[in-house]
Design a protein around this ligand. Structure first.
Ligand SMILES: *Cc1c(COP(=O)(O)O)cnc(C)c1O
Length: 405
């Protein structure tokens, strides 16, 4: 039966198995109920669906292509690798898929402003873009460390008319940006909506963002079949919060296709050196939802590290925790070093500079390709790497990449 899984998860309270839900301060309970009610109505509205379809085609540039990375496949010497080119979305990543839809929802609820956190700045840029398109105010919270590292995206947000608020506490990265944005939201509930940047946060966001990203999987399934006459054997995506992964997974979840969530293994396995939440985390509640989290001994969110700012979050979407538990998705990792190698491999063998986030997925796909030489692998190339070039060159130098012989 088609879409059996998607219809069955989450339940009406927003639980995927035991994960998800909405753990909210009292001031936010009514507001999230209003958002849920508005969205449940809107998702069935023909007007909403056709407006979104129109925006995606004429403004975002969808459908994005599926591309056979033949030179890379030959060089790696194994399975045939394909990319779903989300880097070709307007603003350079998959994030606009949910931002345009979140803005449309906010507008239909009579809101005049969107508030959000951002890690790499990609969600901030995508949201600032959506706000400019719809004529909404935009307030983006960002860790001070990320502001420094992702300077071009900060400038983009400002040019697009957004206000950028630095998060100055703790490690000054993504987790602190979420704290800061939630606090600001509490004071502006009448006019603002929080536009969460991934399949995380309280219900209905994990469901909603999955719905908005599912276009990636719908297109990819059709396009892959058109090119090869079959479905891919393996589908690989990187996981920060998990939105690009859920987007592409949702197209294949009821099919006999192996799914792989690739987490950042960073510099090593010690707590603080990576952000491999599903691999090393345990159950807990953070930012309003229950999931698997990286925690310190006393239950605080752990410090995390990844060279990809969009992946360094100590939590993960509740649906990924569930899919991991039931064994539907394989959880894998890529280290910083393997990621930088993949970044240069794709640049020099395919002429595509990938985002460091996406380079994690590619790094794992290159390993997998050797293990399954007669198979096909579809990788979600979630974004382009222009934002990362200065950081990579300053930190790692300009490298070549040589296939192993
Ligand atoms: C933000 C981002 C990610 C991580 O977010 P998910 O919700 O896990 O998809 C991955 N790739 C790119 C290019 C991003 O900008």
């Amino acid at each position: 039966m088609k879409h059996q899984y998607l219809k069955s998860q989450p339940n009406e309270k927003g639980y995927f198995g035991e994960y998800g839900g909405a753990f909210l301060p009292p001031q936010l309970i009514d507001e999230f109920e209003r958002i849920t009610e508005a969205y449940m109505k809107l998702r069935k509205s023909q007007e909403f669906i056709s407006e979104l379809r129109r925006i995606r085609k004429h403004y975002q540039g969808r459908p994005t292509p599926v591309y056979h990375a033949k030179r890379l496949s030959d060089a790696v010497g194994g399975a045939q690798i394909y990319f779903k080119r989300e880097d070709l979305n307007h603003t350079g990543a998959h994030k606009l898929n949910h931002c345009m839809a979140e803005a449309l929802l906010a507008k239909s609820m009579g809101k005049t402003k969107l508030i959000a956190e951002t890690g790499a700045g990609q969600h901030g840029v995508a949201l600032a873009t959506a706000c400019a398109y719809f004529g909404l105010e935009c307030e983006i919270h960002m860790g001070e460390v990320d502001i420094e590292k992702e300077h071009p995206n900060v400038v983009r947000m400002k040019i697009l008319g957004a206000k950028v608020v630095p998060a100055t506490h703790g490690l000054k990265t993504l987790k602190e940006a979420v704290d800061s944005a939630f606090e600001a939201y509490l004071g502006q509930l009448d006019t603002a909506m929080y536009a969460i940047g991934s399949v995380v946060g309280p219900h209905p966001f994990p469901l909603m963002v999955r719905d908005f990203q599912s276009i990636v999987g719908i297109e990819a399934r059709e396009q892959f079949e058109e090119i090869t006459g079959e479905l891919p054997d393996h589908v690989v995506a990187c996981v920060g919060g998990g939105s690009n992964a859920m987007g592409i997974f949702s197209g294949f979840i009821d099919d006999p296709v192996e799914l792989y969530a690739v987490e950042p293994l960073g510099k090593g396995t010690r707590l603080g050196d990576h952000a491999a939440t599903l691999e090393y985390g345990k159950e807990g509640v953070l930012h309003g939802f229950k999931s698997i989290l990286l925690q310190t001994e006393n239950g605080e969110p752990a410090p995390v590290h990844s060279i990809a700012s969009g992946l360094d979050y100590p939590g993960v979407g509740p649906e990924h925790a569930y899919l991991h538990d039931i064994g539907r998705v394989h959880v894998k990792g890529a280290t910083d070093d393997e990621t930088v190698d993949a970044f240069y491999a794709i640049s020099q063998y395919e002429g595509i500079i990938p985002a460091l986030e996406s380079s994690h997925a590619i790094a794992y796909a290159m390993k997998l390709a050797k293990e399954v030489p007669y198979d096909t692998i579809l990788v979600n190339l979630s974004g382009r790497g222009d934002k990362d070039i200065d950081y990579v060159v300053d930190t790692f130098g300009v490298r070549g990449w040589q296939p192993e012989v």
